[in-house]
Design a protein around this ligand. Sequence first.
Ligand code: PDD
Length: 289
Amino acid sequence: MKVLVNNHLVERDEASVDVEDRGYQFGDGVYEVVRLYNGQFFTYDEHIERLYASAAKIDLVIPYTKEELRKLIESLVAANNIHTGNVYLQVTRGVQNPRNHVIPDDFPLEGVLTAAAREVPRNEKQFIEGGTAITEEDVRWLRCDIKSLSLLGNIMAKNKAHQQNALEAILHRGEQVTECSASNVSIIKDGVLWTHAADNLILNGITRQVILDVARKNGVPVREADFTLTDLREADEVFISSTTIEITPITHIDGVQVGDGKRGPITAQLHSYFVEEIVRSCGELAVAK
Ligand code: PDD
């Protein structure tokens, strides 16, 4: 397996980063996860726009143009012969010796790009059968719109879900539901799709944006607004979404069944619209065996 370290493709076992990289020491950096189907990127530009936007929000300069970055990522995908899989890429603020919270203003740090690509098939069983979730107080910082490397709040919540055999942790600030540890959450109530507005309290998921777009185009009413834990518990359907899990139904929350405990009809319909978008940009998907 080859990985990218700056503009070099190297064997994974031979790749190294500096111990005084600010990404390693402070989580000072940003990242993206981009999906490929049939060897083609899905929503690549949207992910890369968000990467540069996240970087700009923390005054991090990505040391490549978007065109240069695309060539590098394409070379990574080709070197690993990825058909249906994920590219993880991150850019840190770079190496600072000695460690100092202060970002130096007298000499610019060189951003460090690392990326890896892996074959990951679509989990069609999970798209249909769904999974369970727990609810957990959202203790993260107030800039969740930045796809930051610093993910302690997310991983603590995800791990708590994992310990309870749940797929995800649905996060809430008091009564208000925000998103999940590694995905966005939406509910269907009386035929309306509800999801938190794209403000500083959530990551504006690219998958979320595609879902809202296809929902609007196909006449599913959308409400981008806060909803409460009570709304969540009383929802007809609940689903989570991300690049890697597409649209995954949530069948139980904190052990209590959602609706009839099966993927709901609007969730299924939205997923088929979503798949149409994938097919439009990446070609037909193989039928599950
Ligand atoms: N996570 N919210 C959070 C906190 C996330 O970490 C993610 C994605 C999303 C959904 O974003 P998108 O639809 O653009 O993937 C929402 C990625 C997949 C990860 O960290 O692995």
